[in-house]
Design a protein around this ligand. Structure first.
Ligand code: ADP
Ligand code: MG
Length: 397
């Protein structure tokens, strides 16, 4: 195994020396670089940093200094996605841990962490990097599904697209049901009652790590895990935007796709979730009530200053001979529409009633084909046979 590159940052020279001695006493093969710098000034040197693990000694109690340090760490995390950040700080409250995690910190240890604690943290990070076979932290794509009007099919599409991504691309997919009052995403993929929900995770948020998250999710198929909405709407009230941050940040490190079903709600919590999305699929249908809903929703996304390319309108239950065509919908919504999903009541109802993915129950149905093409686009693959390179060559011959 290669040596681990470790950089340690502290404002105090004597502390750097002490850490150097501690780390020299481990049995690990470490290349240690000591950097004398106050954590809140790290922003100035982020590009020069290079390490597998960055340990930041932050003794500051002062809120301004702490905020500056966390901001710098967030930038470092974005610039060096493969770098695991360990923060040494006395703050251990769940709120502080969530805040640190949001900034991309992997572990928070007490400032007087001894060799055993440091070595254990290094071991966990090395093991995780080895287990996933990648050091590319934060790489999962976050896809949110918003419903322009109730019943447009956002939840159905979120659940079934997740299934298609996992089935077609061997992608690791997480679906978070963020309809905290009456979430029903899990029901589209299973008729079992979920053993745990997002409420169980949030009640124990200080234990949040990959294993704990997974333990509270329901597996819909290999590679596809669902975090269900609370069974009792009252539990939904305990879930705060900070929790959503921590969950999405963690999941995007361990899954290729994190799908969020935010439904129709646009409250502080769902907006926080939408902030994280790489793409928001706003689901509508081809009729006036949905057009009104879509316009309202696009207006709100505009006032949230989301860039236009972040939003994709999806026309579900689309029929070519319907009263409103794509051109009409584009003119009404002043937005290009690139994706439609075919209307097929029989397949959709059977799948929804039985809690079975539509690709599994009605493979080859128009909906299944729409979903397969959608997943193929996201995976960057050629979709069905006709466009595979092999068939193109055959056609040319
Ligand atoms: N492409 C489709 N063709 C026919 N029926 C559909 C299609 N997509 C969804 N449905 C039906 O619409 C119903 C409502 O969808 P749902 O996802 O719960 O809506 P939303 O989450 O937007 O409120 C589902 O039970 C499903 O049977
Ligand atoms: Mg829904």
């Amino acid at each position: 195994m290669n040596d681990l590159n470790l950089a340690i940052v502290s404002a105090g020279k004597h502390r750097l020396d002490a850490f150097g001695r501690i780390l020299a006493s481990t049995n690990r093969r470490l290349q240690v670089t000591a950097i004398e710098c106050a954590p809140q000034r790290l922003g100035a040197i982020t590009t020069q940093l290079s390490a597998d693990i960055l340990i930041v000694d932050c003794q500051d109690n002062d809120e301004a200094a702490l905020s500056a340090a966390l901001l710098a760490l967030e930038q470092i995390g974005m610039q060096h996605p493969g770098m695991a950040i360990v923060l040494l700080h006395h703050g251990q409250s769940p709120d502080f841990l969530i805040r640190a995690m949001r900034a991309g910190v992997r572990e928070v240890l007490a400032p007087d962490a001894d060799i055993a604690a440091l070595d254990a943290a290094i071991g966990r990070i090395a093991a995780k990097a080895g287990k996933t076979g990648t050091q590319n932290g934060n790489s999962g794509k976050v896809l949110a599904f918003a419903s322009c009007k109730g019943g447009s099919g956002a939840t159905f599409l979120a659940a079934n697209l997740g299934y298609a991504l996992a089935a077609q691309g061997n992608a690791r997919v997480a679906l978070f049901d963020l309809n905290l009052q009456f979430g029903d995403a899990a029901l589209y993929l299973s008729d079992d009652k979920p053993a745990a929900t997002i409420a169980d995770v949030v009640q124990n948020i200080s234990r949040l790590d990959e294993a704990f998250l997974k333990a509270n999710m329901m597996q819909a198929r290999p590679g596809f895990d669902i975090l269900a909405a609370p069974a009792d709407p009252a539990f939904g009230l305990e879930i705060k935007p900070e929790h959503v941050d921590a969950l999405i940040t963690l999941a995007s490190r361990h899954y290729d796709y994190v799908i969020l079903d935010t439904g129709r709600n646009l409250d502080a919590l769902t907006i926080r979730a939408l902030d994280h999305a790489d793409t928001i699929f706003a689901v509508m249908q081809a009729s006036l009530p949905f057009v009104r809903g879509a316009k309202r929703m696009l207006g709100i996304f505009g006032s949230l200053e989301y860039p236009a390319q972040k939003i994709e309108l999806v026309v579900n239950r689309f029929q070519k001979d319907g009263a409103l065509g794509i051109k009409d919908l584009e003119a009404a919504c002043k937005t290009a529409i690139r994706r439609t999903v075919a209307h097929h009541a029989e397949a959709a109802e059977a799948a929804a009633n039985q809690g079975i993915a539509v690709m599994k129950l009605a493979g080859g149905s128009p909906i299944a084909r729409s979903l397969e093409a959608w997943a193929a686009d996201l995976l960057g693959k050629a979709p069905a046979e006709e466009t595979s390179w092999f068939n193109r060559i055959l056609k040319r011959a």
